[in-house]
Ligand binder design. Structure first.
Ligand SMILES: [Ca+2]
Ligand SMILES: [Ca+2]
Ligand SMILES: [Ca+2]
Length: 282
């Protein structure tokens, strides 16, 4: 569970073992370099990533089969849920995730193939994004690489895939110097996002999510250690993609990390502008 109980449920010896495997800091980061390019031109937040995805960070398609071979994979957490009439695992959920930044914003994108859109939660509470289809970026800013439960400098920006954009649709979990789990909607002035359902015309559960988060209004408010972004800054990163599809606590893809402990997250480095992947013939 990506919730408050995770850290308490793991015995200290296991935490030590996990930390020894991933410390150094973030042992698997060497194999998963995340250099996030700076954008020269601000994209339109309209549910179409074509205006920036070729100059953003993305490391290809993620699905449960690829995750199974990632060093942070744990079958008890990373899983899809079989309700008895499911397609193959790769048709159940697969996605590409995109990241970029500029002086003001962090840009977040996802292109997702999902067999069923499900945001109905029988025990709904605004903070229960993880019981609904959602994509969530966990970011430690600035990254300190120290082990610890979710706390100061830790943020989760979670987007529930409901195109009606309910008040809890863009959720912000963060910590500050006094509190570990502060749960609230992302303040409207700090977020802009768009969801486009069935963008390729083949499946009503598919979607594109495009978002930008104002860093000073989130990172800057939560911790005096955060400074305006510059090339070379390092943040912690984990992506959590939830996919209940008719069940309660259902499918989870965790990418670059093992849960709420920010010491298990990958490291993203703010990089300069990237060369476009596709160019005109010379
Ligand atoms: Ca766009
Ligand atoms: Ca699914
Ligand atoms: Ca789904």
């Amino acid at each position: 569970m990506i919730g408050k109980r995770t850290a308490h449920a793991i015995p200290a010896a296991v935490i030590l073992l996990l930390f020894s495997q991933c410390a150094g800091p973030h042992g698997w980061t060497r194999n998963y370099p995340i250099h996030v390019p700076k954008l020269g031109k601000a994209p339109r937040i309209d549910g179409d990533l074509s205006d920036w995805k070729d100059v953003a960070f993305s490391d290809g398609v993620w699905d449960i089969r690829r995750l199974q071979h990632a060093p942070w994979y744990e079958p008890s957490i990373n899983r899809l849920t079989d309700h008895g009439n499911e397609p193959s695992a790769e048709d159940d959920l697969s996605a590409r995730y995109y990241l970029a930044w500029d002086d003001e914003f962090l840009y977040l994108g996802a292109e997702v193939r999902d067999n069923v859109n499900d945001t109905a939660d029988p025990n709904h509470k605004p903070e229960r994004w993880y019981f609904k289809d959602s994509v969530c970026w966990f970011i430690e800013a600035p990254g300190d690489g120290k082990s610890g439960a979710f706390g100061e400098g830790d943020h989760a920006f979670c987007f529930v895939i409901d195109p009606s954009k309910p008040p809890w649709g863009a959720w912000w979990r963060h910590g500050d110097s006094r509190r570990k789990y502060i749960e609230s909607p992302v303040p409207p002035e700090a977020v802009t996002y768009a969801i486009r359902m069935n963008p390729w015309g083949g499946n009503r559960g598919d979607f594109i999510l495009e978002a930008r988060v104002r860093m000073a209004a989130t990172f800057g408010v939560a911790s005096p250690k955060w400074k305006p972004p510059k090339i070379g800054d390092r943040y912690g990163l984990e992506i959590v993609h939830t996919d209940p599809d008719g069940g309660g606590y259902g499918g989870h893809l965790l990418i670059y990390g093992k849960g709420d402990d920010d010491a298990t997250w990958g490291i993203m480095t703010l990089a300069g502008p990237a060369s476009p992947l596709v160019r005109k013939p010379e």
